[in-house]
Design a protein around this ligand. Sequence first.
Ligand code: CMC
Length: 459
Amino acid sequence: MSQNAQADKKFRLADDGGQLIGELPVFKGTLGFEVVDVRQLLDKSGYCTFDPSFGSTASCRSTITFIDGDKGILLHRGYPIDQLAEKATYLEVAFLLLFGELPSASELAQFTKDITYHTMVHEQLTRFYAGFPREAHPMAILSAVVSALSAFYPDSTDIFDPQQRLISIHRLIAKMPTIAAMAYKNSVGQPFIYPQNHLDYSANFLNMMFAVPPEPYKVNPVFARAINALLIVQADHEQNASTSTVRMVGSTRANPFASVSAGIAALWGPLHGGANEAVLDMLEQIGDKKNIPDFIKRAKDKNDSFRLMGFGHRVYKSYDPRARVMQKICEEVLHEVGADNDPLLKLARELERVALADEYFVDRKLYPNVDFYSGIVQRAIGIPVKMFTALFAIARTAGWLAQWKEMIEDPDQRIARPRQLYCGEDTREYVPLDKRRSMTDTSATVHKPMPSEPAIVGG
Ligand code: CMC
C-alpha cells in the first residue's frame, strides 16, 4: 500500500452460516488505526461498505499529517503542532507540508523568493472586485477569484508537469493573502494595497489589510507573530471536509486553482471553517455570563438547533491541541492591546469552564476546538468577523496543496467515485403526462427517502 504500510494481517469475511467467503488485507501505517483494505470487497463478496460521513473510512494513504484525537495530538510530518507554532514561520511549515522535511536555510531562502515573486495578482483580475457588491462575503469573492486564476495562469494548469504543479503551488500560496486582503479593502471602499515583498508572509498580509496610502503603517510584531501562529495551526488537518473536497475535485484532473476554489467553498460552512465567525456571533449573542446557563441548556436540547460553536470535533475527543496554542496567543494579543480584561474573553473562559464541568459535554467528550479562541485573537487585531474564514483559507492553502500534490504523485490514484445505498423506486414504466398525479396529491405515490443523517466531516 505505502512505503510504511504492511499487510501482515487479514480481515476475514464470513457468510450468515459463519463459512469463510474471503479475506481482505489489513494495513498498519506508522501511527494510528489498522485499516481494512476494502477495495476488492465488492468483487470478492458482492457487498459494498456504507459510511456516508466517512467516520470509519480512510479515503487515502498519506504521509503528511497525523491526528490522535483521543490524546489530543497533531503532528505535521512528525513534528508536534505546538513546537511548529512556537518556533517556525508559516512558510517553513508550508515547505514541510509540501516536501516532507523542514527546509535548510538555503531552501527556505529559495522558497521565500519563489513565493514573494508571485504575490501580485494580474492587474486585470483587480477589476473583478468592482463587480461584487460591497457587502459580499469575502469567502464568495475568494472562491470566485481563485477559480478565475486558472484563466489568468493557464501556463501552470498541466497537472502532469511537475514544474507547472510547483509554479501553481507557489502562485496559490503567494496570492491568497493578496486576494483576501483585496476583498476586505473592496468591502470598506479603500484602495488596494499592493504586496510588499520585504515583509514576511504574515506582516505583508496585515499591511495589505490595514495600510492606507496617505499614512505610514507599521506592522505590530505581536500581531504578526499571532497571525503566523494562527496560519500554522490551521495549515493542515488531514482528511477534513475541505481537504477531501480538494482531493475529490483534483482526482478528476481538474487544475489546482479549480480544486482549491472548491476547497474554499467547503471551508465556508459553519460546521467547518465558518465556525470561528460563528463563535464570535454566539459570544455576542450570549452577551453576559448570567445568560450562559440558558445557552448551555439550549445546546443540550435536541429540539433546538443551537450548538456551542467552537466546541466538539469529529476526531478530537480530548482538548484540541490547536486550541491550546491559540489560547496562549490570545492572552499575548489581548495584553498587547491592553484588553487583558476583555469582556468577550472573560465570557469565553467562563463558558469553557461551565461546559467542561457539565455532564453532557463531559460524556460526549466535547472540548473547545481551534475556532474557540482564534476569533477572539483576530477581533483584537482588528480583523473583521467576516474575514475570519478567509484567513483560515489562506492558512489551509498550504495543506490543500500538499494533499493535492501527494494525490497527483500517487501512482495508484484514480478518480474518486463513491458508491451508494440506493433507496429509491424500483424500475417502473414511464407515465404519460395526462396520466400523472400531482406530488401534492396524497393518493399519489411519492418516493420514500431514507431517514436522513447529517453528513458532516468536521475539520
Ligand atoms: N454543542 C452541543 N452539542 C454538540 C456539539 C456542540 N458544539 N457538538 C457535538 N454535540 C453533540 C451532538 O448533538 C451529539 O449528541 P448525541 O450523541 O446526544 O446525539 C454528540 O455531541 C456527537 O456529535 P456529532 O454531531 O455526532 O459529532 P460530529 O463529529 O458529527 O460533529 C462537529 C463534529 C465539529 C461538526 C460538531 O461538534 C459541531 O457542530 N461543533 C460546532 C461547530 C464547530 O465548532 N466546528 C468547528 C470544527 S473545528 C474547525 C475545523 O477544523 O473545521
